[in-house]
Write a protein that binds this ligand. Structure first.
Ligand SMILES: [Zn+2]
Ligand SMILES: [Zn+2]
Ligand SMILES: [Zn+2]
Length: 145
């Protein structure tokens, strides 16, 4: 979704992108990971974006509504990740919280035929390649006695 289209969608939801909110949005997009509203707020503060926590909640809510963000419930916390255009799934790394988009759809072979499926969701949670190579376990294995 290009910036102009996103700006328009947010505007339709009565969320006006001021300069501060624009930098908040950019930080969120560039993070490429899932963040709780509190984490995004803290990160924005560190980068000098002066927005309140209420604005962060509102932005994430509106982005979710227009399909540009996805909430994930992990360990009782709600995290949000930015979503690009088009149908996709997610691989969420539980270590670094990076979110990778997966364009391939899983097949659901065992859905009884009498259920008429309109859409599907499937997200994967695990450990990304980067985090696998940095775990102490991985370094310890393969050592010959
Ligand atoms: Zn997504
Ligand atoms: Zn990771
Ligand atoms: Zn799919």
């Amino acid at each position: 979704m290009n910036q102009e289209r996103l700006r328009q969608l947010l505007h339709e939801q009565n969320f006006r992108l001021t300069r501060e909110r624009q930098s908040l949005l950019e930080l969120f997009v560039q993070s490429e990971r899932m963040l709780t509203p509190a984490q995004l707020h803290e990160w924005a503060q560190e980068h000098g974006a002066r927005v309140g926590l209420t604005t962060v909640y509102r932005l994430l809510e509106v982005l979710t509504k227009v399909g540009a963000a996805m909430p994930f419930l992990v360990d009782g916390n709600v995290y949000y990740a930015f979503c690009s255009d088009g149908h996709h799934h997610h691989f969420v790394c539980l270590s670094c919280h990076r979110v990778h988009e997966i364009r391939e759809c899983p097949s659901f072979l065992h859905v009884p035929r009498e259920f008429q499926v309109e859409s599907h969701r499937a997200d994967l949670f695990g450990t990304c390649p980067h985090c696998q190579s940095t775990t102490p376990d991985a370094a310890g294995t393969g050592v010959a006695p």
